[in-house]
Design a protein around this ligand. Structure first.
Ligand SMILES: Cc1cc2nc3c(=O)[nH]c(=O)nc-3n(C[C@H](O)[C@H](O)[C@H](O)COP(=O)(O)OP(=O)(O)OC[C@H]3O[C@@H](n4cnc5c(N)ncnc54)[C@H](O)[C@@H]3O)c2cc1C
Length: 502
């Protein structure tokens, strides 16, 4: 689809979808009808060099790096805490090449290889300049997180990468440590404060932000730039349906509930261009029904298989986590089951997740026989037994004629039999994690208009601009990695802008 067509469609659809969800936006304190660019106000309530909208992974990173670059920074966050963001509840996978953690495990990697992997996995639909920037700058962002003390749980080789470069970080601690660093650096973080409008002068330059809190509205001057880091729109179901397809109108998100597309909407009204807004823009993944935030692909990558209610496998289980979600949503009753046995070697991440899931309703069930397990999970038993037996005998033959699984995850590990009781199973559902399309930017995270010109004073970082690094797929680890890295790049560059006023 050409950019112009995307422009026409996305502008029209976005506004229609946003209006459809105006009720939920109003609840969050954002008046959709007022999400337009406004002229310079008569009075400024606050002044800063750089103003950041959104205090999640990208927003905090942007705020800290702008501050480290010498700017006075205000960051407004709609929720009462940064811990309500998608970054905080994520699985923490961060893709970077040439890291100290890889060196420790003798993994040979380079930014060139990461770049090649991103372009190849996204079928060359990622913007080459942005992908190149990510491939080099993510190393700096990752090393910074290590210096802040963010714990690495596991380094793993996953689908979409040619070496082990998925650095699974403890995401909650990542956010806590960034919030602490923001305080230490002197970032003004205003919680319970929603960005509602961009303020623009008569030359079309963004000069500030209007925000709303319980105390009322305030106009915050941004002498240098505004950075939009308000996440994607996975919590806005009408929009997910419009851009992702009808099946996404009802897919609950596990991500930040405030991510309803506020930043996208205000920028679109200002003439900002989008990239990759169409197709399967919603990134779905696996979760158990009762859980607020659980990710289960690790169990599959450690050796589990996926079957549907009919007892049949339906995909190569070594594929990327969001592909598991995408396939699960197509199964009978939009559900599936992960099956494993007691001999499966669990990674530390799996053990941690399963320990938590065991405490939840809908958590794993176990049984001494495959038939009994099928009965407990309501799976057709004859077909289920046949499926597992066939899977096991194919492992003896070192082949999987049905789906081609020859590894556990990516190119790593050999599939293992499901043969030693007790057997385990867990019912899973596809839930949406994040959205992929977004504002078009250059490799400095400057927002672009439909003529590919920068919109003066406006930057975008994080999920709001992931369309630049992804397509219908997002290379694994470039979500959390993208939030922190693009935040860093946006913050550094925003702080270098020439001020429009003294
Ligand atoms: C369960 C889950 C697991 C995931 N696992 C991974 C993974 O392992 N690896 C990976 O790469 N990616 C993963 N992702 C995706 C990744 O976490 C996100 O895409 C990324 O962290 C988004 O960062 P962000 O800063 O753009 O958005 P967020 O971290 O969500 O921050 C956006 C913030 O903006 C605030 N906001 C919204 N509107 C406004 C407004 N009007 N004014 C002020 N504030 C506003 C929101 O409240 C929110 O705090 C996962 C996502 C989920 C949900």
């Amino acid at each position: 689809m050409s950019d112009k067509r995307e422009n026409q469609l996305s502008r029209r659809t976005f506004i229609k979808g946003a209006a459809a969800s105006a009720g939920s936006l109003a609840l969050l304190g954002v008046g959709i009808e007022s999400a337009v660019a406004l002229p310079a106000p008569k009075k400024w309530d606050e002044k800063a060099d750089v103003v950041v909208a959104g205090g999640g992974g990208a927003g905090l990173s942007a705020a800290i790096w702008a501050r480290k670059s010498g700017a006075k920074v205000i960051c407004v966050e709609k929720a009462s805490t940064s811990m309500a963001s998608s970054t905080a509840v994520s699985a923490g996978g961060f893709a970077a090449a040439g890291t100290r953690s890889q060196k420790k495990e003798n993994v040979q990697d380079s930014s060139d290889l990461l770049y090649k992997d991103i372009m190849s996995f996204t079928n060359n639909e990622a913007d080459p300049a942005v992908a190149k920037m990510y491939s080099t700058q993510s190393l700096k962002a990752y090393e910074w997180l290590m210096d802040l003390g963010v714990p690495l749980v596991l380094l793993q080789h996953v689908e979409s990468h040619s070496v082990a470069r998925e650095h699974w970080l403890n995401a909650a601690q990542l956010m806590q440590l960034m919030e602490k660093e923001a305080g230490k650096q002197g970032v003004g973080l205003y919680l319970n404060t929603a960005a509602t409008n961009l303020l623009v002068n008569d030359k079309g330059r963004v000069i500030g932000l209007r925000a709303k809190s319980k105390k009322g509205e305030m106009n915050i001057m941004a002498k240098k730039s505004v950075i939009l880091a308000s996440g994607g729109f996975a919590a806005n179901l009408p929009l997910c349906g419009e851009f992702g397809g009808p099946e996404f109108r009802a897919v609950e998100t596990l991500g930040g509930k405030g991510n309803v597309g506020d930043g996208l909407l205000v920028a679109l009204r200002l003439g900002a261009a989008t990239k990759n807004m169409y197709g399967s823009v919603v990134n779905e993944n696996l979760a158990i029904a009762s859980a607020a935030n659980v990710t289960l692909p690790q169990v599959v990558w450690d050796g589990g298989i996926l079957v549907n209610k009919d007892g049949k496998r339906f995909m190569r289980e070594s594929r990327a986590c969001f592909e598991m979600g995408g396939e699960t949503i197509l199964q009978p009753d939009r559900t599936a089951f992960i099956i494993w046995d007691s001999s499966m070697k669990k990674s530390p991440l799996t053990s941690r997740k399963l320990a938590r899931e065991a405490t939840l309703s809908g958590g794993p069930v176990q049984s001494g026989s495959l038939r009994e397990l099928a009965a407990k999970l309501n799976i057709k038993p004859d077909q289920f037994e046949e499926t597992v037996n066939k899977y096991n005998s194919n492992i003896d033959k070192n082949a999987d004629p049905d789906f081609g699984r020859t590894t556990l995850s990516g190119t790593e590990g050999k599939p293992v039999k499901i043969a030693v009781p007790p057997f385990y199973g867990i019912q899973i559902f596809a839930k949406s994690y994040w959205t992929k399309g977004g504002l078009k930017t250059d490799d400095r995270c400057r927002a672009l208009n439909w003529d590919n010109k920068t919109i003066p004073g406006l930057y975008a970082a994080g999920e709001i601009m992931f369309g630049n690094i992804g397509s219908k797929v997002l290379t694994m680890g470039t979500g959390v990695g993208g939030a922190v890295t693009f935040g860093m790049v946006a913050g550094e560059n925003a702080a270098k802008e020439k001020p429009w006023t003294k």
